[in-house]
Ligand binder design. Structure first.
Ligand code: SAH
Length: 222
């Protein structure tokens, strides 16, 4: 078991949640809306949970570690590859487009999900949680990026890729950042990378070993 407040307090004590904005997002977004009904009593346990289709909602500590690494700011345009339940996208929306700010200052999250069933579920969860005007769900293979006419500030990938997909890097604006797990598809030997675009070049930094489901599609595992 576990309750929302003590989970957030624990993640602060552990140094996972470090900034006020990530703390606010962790407190505001209700994870119980995003987990399947039969797991609702475990929504605030710090563990991944099955969401159907062989996929999982990440553990809260991983979500907020990634949100801290992304260095999110009010008003940004953020792309997430791997919507899953929609929970992670909602936490990002709560930082770049907080409920406390007027809508004209809001940024946007575009989240991409390859599985049609999960993409509908993510949309419904996000709507129930009140994020449908801040988060847009697209059902497609996002491994090669998405057809956008502008560069984006931040990219989050929530499935493990063989390497940083070049088309995703090309979507980043100068100074933009991407957080992506890279490594084997078998949950072993994956590194979480912080990627930055600096003077057009790719700067990669290894953060920690992680275990994510494999990225599918053109630049993923098949
Ligand atoms: N961020 C999610 C957890 C994601 S699990 C959450 O908060 O719940 C990883 C998701 O990535 C799965 O739903 C999987 O279907 C999706 N995925 C895998 N390959 C993909 C691809 N090429 N494009 C888009 N989504 C993909």
């Amino acid at each position: 078991m576990g309750d929302h407040k003590s989970l957030v307090e624990r993640l602060i004590r552990l140094g996972i949640i470090r900034t006020e904005k990530v703390r606010r997002a962790a407190e505001t977004v209700k994870r119980e809306i995003f987990v399947p009904k039969r797991y609702r009593n475990m929504a605030y346990v710090d563990t991944p949970l099955p969401i159907g289709e062989g996929q999982t909602i990440s553990a809260p500590h991983m979500v907020f570690m990634m949100d801290e690494l992304l260095d999110l700011e009010l008003g940004q345009l953020v792309v997430e590859i791997g919507s899953g339940s929609g929970y992670h996208a909602a936490t990002i929306a709560e930082i770049i487009a907080p409920s406390s700010e007027p809508p004209h200052r809001w940024g946007t999250v575009v989240t991409v999900e390859i599985n049609p069933i999960l993409s509908i579920q993510a949309y419904l969860n996000l709507r129930e949680a009140g994020y449908s005007s801040r988060v847009h769900v697209i059902n497609m293979d996002g491994s090669a990026g998405i057809p956008l006419r502008m560069k984006v500030d931040r990219i989050l990938v929530t499935a493990a890729a063989p390497d940083v997909p070049k088309p995703l890097f090309d979507l980043l604006r100068e100074g933009g950042k991407m957080v992506i797990p890279v490594g084997s598809p078998s949950f072993l030997g994956q590194d979480l990378l912080l990627v930055e675009r600096s003077h057009g070049r790719m700067i990669k930094k290894k953060i920690i070993e992680v275990a994510f489901v494999p990225l599918r599609g053109r630049y993923g595992w098949n």
